[in-house]
Design a protein around this ligand. Sequence first.
Ligand SMILES: O=C(O)c1ccccc1NCC(=O)[C@H](O)[C@H](O)COP(=O)(O)O
Length: 257
Amino acid sequence: MLEKILETKREEIEQLIMPEYTEVPHFSLYKALNNSNRSTGLIAEVKKASPSKGIICEDFNPVEIAKGYEKGGADAISVLTDVTYFKGHRDYLSAIKKEVHLPVMRKDFIIDKKQVEETRNIGADAMLLIVGTVPIKELKELYDYAYSIGLECLVEVHAKEELEELLSCFAPKIIGVNNRNLKTFETSLTQTEDMATLIPEGSLFVSESGIHTSDDIKRVKKAGAAGVLVGESLMRAESPEKGIATLFGGEAIAASS
Ligand SMILES: O=C(O)c1ccccc1NCC(=O)[C@H](O)[C@H](O)COP(=O)(O)O
């Protein structure tokens, strides 16, 4: 599946029409997670569909969902912008940036500098980079380019070997361990537990995917995750606010936020 998605991305890049840069206020993903509203930082994802689950949310209003996440005390928002496999859109991200005062991350398959520029122009604060999608030196170039134009990166790995390959090249400020195997779609929180000790102290550690309950949050927190990225379970909740409250077992938002 990952190879198929990347093939589609290569075709999209060929036809990419660069959007104009729109001025929006920017917020730091790193700072938001490092100074989170709860004991574990939350990146709440706006996700209509996925290759593994099909349609997740029929009644999909991206801006309303993002506003609900903000009200519910999310620290940051992730927006799927892939059209073909996730039924997302870059316009959803731009619309959310106009309404929500939180860092917004573009969740897509970014393998080319043109997409990095596009990400900045649509108003994102941060973007995802996935180890294994391009050679590691190219990933580092994309990372450096992103930071040079004011974008932060969440650098994602799934397997131990990918993390080792990443760290042999550089240590990103934010590292995500994806509990989902992108080849089989299977999710397992043991991925976070097994890899936690390998994350360098200076990097902020985010556990991604397959997090559904407050016990799951406790489990990845105990393993050392400073933050979580959650999509499906929040998208299926009665409302974004109730979804967040349930996920955190009613943990109150810190008074300073
Ligand atoms: O979600 C999928 O099915 C998927 C398939 C192939 C590549 C990536 C995929 N998901 C992207 C993500 O990493 C998740 O949207 C994100 O971590 C949230 O996961 P979840 O809470 O399990 O919805």
